[in-house]
Ligand binder design. Structure first.
Ligand code: HSE
Length: 321
């Protein structure tokens, strides 16, 4: 069957997904049973494209733009099967406009894939209840550790219980901390992280620890591992804004920890023998303390254009299975 995709949000992630999708499709590496194409793109800044050519994509420029209501109307009228929501994260505004985009897609019978942490961390139950009553899927692998396997490893481990998680879940701050260790300044390192497409549209989300916190909430609460809902207001959150140097010979990392009763993100001095001390640059790591296998660690890129797009191919595979 022929399936179609609408991309909502054509910034770093949207473009990364478009490029990766065309590349893998052309090289015959999309292992889906359905024939699938990206048939429509909408972005509040760039406008709306349907049945476009490669040339139009390359020449896409910010034009007059679209109102929020026009973007929602385009989602409503689209004839696609899957909406990929890649707009920016806004935690001050109840995860809007992404939440409305996703709900509108579901209301009109479309599955949703997102890399946007806001709706999944803050309004997960609302989204899932709505999707379940319509027998639709909402997939969000790209919200945690980009395409690197993270919470989805649990799908390979039936019956396992995770008692605790610990890790490094933000590429931007890990990159900054690594560069500070190498002698660069905080500001220079942040600029580099932005230029490489790692940082959020609002980089204070990274620097002040909120991006790591949202990812911890997505892993620990959304998956129901701990039977307790950690929330942003209850979490202990400290970023790296005031960190300008690490004590000689030590390694400081922005570490997240969560178990049944407590969740935190804070700069932590780690021993050089700790596996997390060796996670440099944009790499992320997630340690899962389990009841049957002891500790499992997944390590890999946690941000980046193509790296995040890879997660969308994983989600597509689950929807089209
Ligand atoms: N700003 C995020 C990071 C992007 O640096 O990890 C990936 O979620």
């Amino acid at each position: 069957m022929n399936k179609k995709i609408l991309i909502v949000g054509f910034g770093t992630v949207g473009r990364g997904f478009y490029e990766l999708f065309q590349w893998k499709k052309a090289s015959g590496r999309l292992p889906y049973k359905d024939d699938i194409e990206i048939s429509e793109i909408v972005d509040a800044k760039f406008g709306h494209l349907r049945d476009f050519s490669q040339n139009q994509i390359e020449n896409l420029k910010a034009g007059e733009g679209l109102q929020s209501s026009e973007v929602v109307e385009i989602i409503r009228q689209s004839d696609v099967d899957i909406v990929c929501e890649f707009t920016w994260v806004d935690i001050k505004n109840n995860a809007e406009p992404a939440f409305t985009h996703m709900m509108e897609a579901l209301r009109n019978g479309k599955h949703v894939i997102t890399t946007n942490k806001g709706p999944i961390a803050l309004r997960y139950q609302e989204l899932m209840d709505f999707a379940n009553t319509r027998k639709l899927r909402v997939k969000f692998k790209g919200t945690v550790m980009a395409g690197t396997p993270s919470y989805n490893l649990l799908g390979l481990l039936p019956g396992i219980k995770v008692n605790k998680i610990r890790g490094i879940l933000n590429g931007t701050t890990n990159y900054i901390l690594t560069e500070i260790e190498n002698g660069k300044s905080f500001e220079e390192s942040l600029n580099l992280a932005q230029a490489k497409g790692y940082a959020e549209a609002d980089p204070t989300m990274d620097v002040d620890g909120f991006d790591s916190a949202l990812k911890t909430i997505i892993i620990s609460n959304v998956l129901g591992w701990f039977g307790k809902e950690h929330t942003l207001s209850e979490m202990e959150i400290e970023g790296i804004r005031n960190l300008r140097a690490t004590p000689d010979g030590s390694v400081t990392k922005l570490i997240v920890e969560a178990d049944e009763s407590h969740a935190s993100v804070k700069p932590t001095i780690v021993k050089k023998t700790d596996i997390l001390a060796k996670i440099g640059g944009v790499l992320n790591a997630l340690e899962l303390e389990t009841d049957t296998l002891g500790t499992i660690v997944s390590i890999g890129p946690g941000a980046g254009k193509i790296q995040t797009a890879q997660a969308v191919l994983t989600d597509l595979g689950e929807i089209l299975a």
